[in-house]
Design a protein around this ligand. Structure first.
Ligand code: ATP
Ligand code: MG
Length: 877
């Protein structure tokens, strides 16, 4: 059965059990400080489990793109070395939100696997939670009973807390789980050793395929468990593993999900799959990683130097390094896998298709630049190898390995591999120490401690009324203390709020909370798991009072003006540059706006001007906003609404239209474009491969910009005393300046020649040696050395010159001799300079025939020269 059929069968089966089929949420997580990537199907339903959002349907099923490369779930080191862990994989899941529980979940899982897909019953095992005295929780008899209908007792196994008790985090919803494992070994081996001995033992052919989680408790931050009023089911099945079972392969990589990629890698690198173990691992790693990289970019996460972006960059480099070391790849080739990946997955995930060009560009550029550092890193390593081999110990400093890791993106294992070929090892302890130090720096930088919520009122939903009101009467329904970098803050939740929470690029509102007896400042508003959280530096003395919540209107108006301008800019860019322009990020700030978009070359000054004019024309047209708060997603698409691919939207969306610009958007906007007043672009540049960034200002900020530019022009006109045409005045200044410079250069040359001649003429003769002792003018002092060599060149016979000068308050000395004097040792320039430089508090050096020195005491120049004279006369006898 082909993979695409398997996915469809899963949907059809759960549709027949009255489940709503929903799309995968993006793999890249936004608006959740605790998570960078979706790592399980339940992530997008977290707020339902927490009770912050009512589910649209109580039974749901989906296929979710997951990534397990950081945090609690990190399978990176397994990938490629085993054949059933991936970085990115699809998790098939069915969900009950306070609807069915253990019995139906188990019955349906069994029915789907054994009846619908005809998986061999005799190979299946189930695990149930064995219980935990510490938590006062008994063995999950309820689940065990359900399984007993289908499986003999010896194939229902107890599992411990680590494998069979699921928790969302340190606190929050949790409960026992029941896993389904399958034994894929051949008959003979299964006879030799029972599968029950191999479940959960990392055996490559006895693997977990499905996990059924029964959420029935809430863990408080004290550690105590309480029963949840509503019980939920959360299941997750590994899609690639299931396909492997159904296609009867011994590895996920032999299924139709991965094999086309493996073939393409083999053909691009000219290495056969199966030729060597190292090569096979490399091919599996690359086939795996290309999916992660492509899907992340499609979801809007470009490789970068921090957080989620760095995780993606590291994965990409890991793939490049495997190709380099084991497949002998020296040129970028990863982007050549994209077409095959789109053949395999583009149907189910159209975001890959629509962003192909961008994904290709980004991968190619990243790969190209890393291949450059890869070679430099290897060269550096070669040097270290030579040095270390000279020494007594065959150990390379851990700091060096860390630098390679940190600066050149070398994973430690690559460094170790190269070293091992020369019989060297890395001091791992030192490396780990450096790594730990870096990690703890990163941890401290982002440390946020959160306390428990204090619930004052039991209002389930927090209503947002900020589209229509700037102030409302509110109650605080709950609050908690947090510490951000050791500073105390409070997070407040209201029953109703006019405050806009940071999202969609628009910054959160600030404002005040006023009651009869006090006034508390709200410094920011954020969203977390669908809660609107107001951040205050202090807690109101009486949090149970009734408050008036007032938004800072001025800031909000400016943000609204910039947000609407962002939409107009987006439309204008598409008109001027083409439809490939797609939004890749934005920041809507009260003072300015920033817009990132896919485009493959610099936007020219001409194009910028066209875009500005288009936006300003829309502003003058004073187009009224057309807002629809509750449009079904499909209808919005029909209306031509532009949306970021992969954005997580509910089924019902809000659309914002200004003329023919229509976008899915939750932000705040002006009522009519005329309110924006004026729009100006202040910068255009590149952020990364294929992505450009425009920054712009509107309204009074744009006005201020124009005034300040006009002021600068006026000042300049004043400075150059222009009457009328400023450009002409400046042009004439420039040409005058270049004429003067040329004249001056000519005069300098003359001056030099005359000075030089006067120096030569003033030379003394001591025993047929011309002796020059001279302090020269500062204009010549800038290049004493040149002057010294010119003198030596121009004079016949034996000579010695000692020149001194003061340049910008610093004394300098130079000594030069004709060759024969230096060779026969009568005089020595270095000795001379050393002894006279003392007079100017300085030091210097050089060669026997020429030496120079600088010093700190210009007043000593005279005595230095006098001393030189005496010394030379003494030597010349
Ligand atoms: P394992 O012990 O095999 O790592 P897990 O206990 O981490 O699995 P869960 O967190 O319960 O797995 O995830 C649910 C299902 O997702 C698993 O039963 C498995 O089929 C699949 N799965 C988990 N991790 C991966 C992965 N890295 N690659 C592919 N499939 C996975
Ligand atoms: Mg795991």
């Amino acid at each position: 059965m082909r993979a695409s059929e398997v996915r469809q069968k899963f949907f059809d089966f759960f549709k027949s059990k009255e489940h709503a089929i929903v799309p995968s949420a993006p793999m890249v997580v936004k608006n959740d400080p605790t998570l960078m990537f979706t790592n399980a199907g339940m992530n997008q339903f977290k707020d339902i489990f927490l009770g912050n959002r009512e589910p649209a349907a109580t039974r749901v099923a989906d296929a979710q793109k997951c990534l397990r490369v950081s945090g609690k779930h990190n399978d990176l080191e397994e990938v490629g070395h085993d054949t059933y862990h991936h970085t990115m994989f699809e998790m098939l899941g069915n969900w009950s939100f306070g609807d069915y529980f253990k019995k139906e979940a188990i019955d349906w899982a069994w029915e789907f696997l054994t009846e619908e897909l005809k998986v061999d019953k005799n190979r299946l095992y189930a695990t149930v939670f064995e219980g935990d005295a510490g938590d006062n929780v008994d063995r999950d008899e309820e689940a065990a009973q359900c399984w007993q209908q289908y499986l003999p007792k010896e194939r229902i196994l107890n599992g411990n807390k680590k494998d069979n008790f699921w928790e969302m985090g340190e606190s929050g919803p949790c409960g026992p789980c029941s896993e389904i494992h399958i034994d894929l070994r051949n008959e003979e081996e299964r006879m030799k050793k029972g599968g029950h001995e191999l479940v959960n033992k990392d055996h490559p052919e006895v693997i977990e395929i499905w996990n059924l989680v029964f959420i029935q408790y809430n863990r408080k931050s004290s550690g105590e468990l309480t029963a949840l009023p509503q019980k939920h089911v959360d299941t997750g099945m590994g899609f690639e593993r299931l396909c492997r079972v159904l296609q009867q392969k011994s590895s996920n990589y032999d299924t139709d999900i991965f094999l086309p990629l493996i073939h393409q890698i083999a053909s691009l690198t000219d290495v056969k799959y199966g030729a060597s173990n190292d090569g096979d691992v490399a091919m599996r790693v690359i086939a795996d990683h290309i999916r992660t990289i492509a899907f992340s970019i499609a979801d809007g996460q470009l490789p970068s130097n921090n957080k989620a972006g760095y995780v993606i960059r590291r994965i990409l480099r890991r793939a490049v390094r495997y190709a380099y070391t084991f497949l002998n790849v020296r040129k970028p080739f990863l982007s050549g896998l994209l077409s095959v990946l789109i053949d395999v997955m583009g149907e189910a995930y159209p975001e890959l298709k629509s962003q192909k060009e961008l994904i290709q560009k980004v991968i190619h550029e990243e790969e190209e630049s890393f291949l450059k550092t890869l070679a430099t890193g290897i060269a550096l390593l070669d040097k270290i190898i030579v040095e270390t081999l000279k020494g007594e110990y065959k150990v390379v400093d851990g700091k060096v390995a860390f630098e390679l890791y940190d600066t050149f993106g070398f994973p430690l294992d690559l460094t170790e591999l190269i070293l091992s070929e020369k019989g060297l090892v890395v001091n791992r302890r030192e490396f780990e120490k450096e790594m730990e130090a870096q990690k703890s720096r990163a941890r401290n930088a982002s440390a946020v401690e959160t306390g428990d919520w204090v619930v004052l009122r039991d209002d389930k939903e927090e209503e947002f009324v900020g589209y229509d009101y700037y102030e409302t009467e509110v109650f605080i329904t709950r609050y908690r203390q947090i510490k951000v970098k050791n500073k105390e803050q409070y997070q407040l939740v209201f029953n109703i709020t006019p405050f806009y929470a940071e999202s969609g690029g628009q910054v959160g509102d600030s404002g005040v909370l006023v009651s009869e007896e006090e006034k508390v400042e709200i410094i920011d508003t954020k969203k977390e798991n669908d809660l609107i959280i107001h951040i205050a530096k202090k807690l109101p003395a009486n949090p149970e009072a009734s408050f008036k919540a007032e938004v800072n209107v001025e800031k909000r108006r400016r943000a609204a003006s910039n947000h609407t301008a962002t939409h107009l800019l987006h439309k204008a860019l598409r008109t001027v540059l083409g439809d490939h322009v797609e939004q890749k990020g934005s920041l809507v700030h009260p003072d300015y706006l920033r817009f990132d978009f896919a485009h493959f070359q610099k936007v020219t000054a001409d194009e910028i001007r066209q875009v500005e004019k288009m936006v300003n024309a829309d502003i003058r047209a004073n187009i009224q906003v057309e807002e629809h708060r509750e449009v079904p997603l499909e209808k919005a698409r029909e209306m031509g609404a532009m949306a970021l691919f992969g954005e997580k939207y509910g089924d019902v969306v809000r659309t914002i239209g200004f003329g023919n610009s229509v976008e899915l958007c939750g932000g705040t906007h002006v009522h009519a474009t005329g309110e924006i007043g004026f729009f100006r672009i202040i910068s255009e540049g590149s952020v990364s491969a294929g992505i450009r960034r425009i920054e712009a200002v509107t309204a009074d900020r744009a006005e201020e910009l124009v005034y300040s530019q006009a002021d600068v022009l006026e000042e300049i006109a004043g400075l150059v005393k222009s009457k009328g045409e400023l450009r002409k005045s400046i042009e004439s200044l420039i040409s005058q300046n270049s004429r003067l410079t040329k004249d001056l250069e000519g005069m300098m040359q003359n001056f030099l020649r005359i000075e030089k001649q006067s120096i030569i003429d003033g030379a003394d003769n001591v025993n047929s040696v011309s002796v020059i002792i001279r302090q020269v003018k500062p204009e010549l002092g800038g290049n004493l050395k040149d002057l010294a060599f010119q003198l030596r060149n121009d004079m016949d016979g034996e000579m010695v010159a000692v020149l001194g000068s003061e340049v910008k308050g610093k004394p300098q000395l130079a000594v030069i001799l004709s060759d024969s004097l230096a060779e026969n040792g009568t005089l020595n320039a270095v000795e001379l300079i050393r002894s006279v430089a003392q007079e100017i508090n300085g030091g210097g050096g050089g060669q026997p025939f020429f030496a120079s020195a600088g010093g700190k005491n210009p007043a000593g120049l005279d005595s230095a020269l006098t001393k030189a004279k005496a010394l030379i006369e003494e030597k010349l006898g």
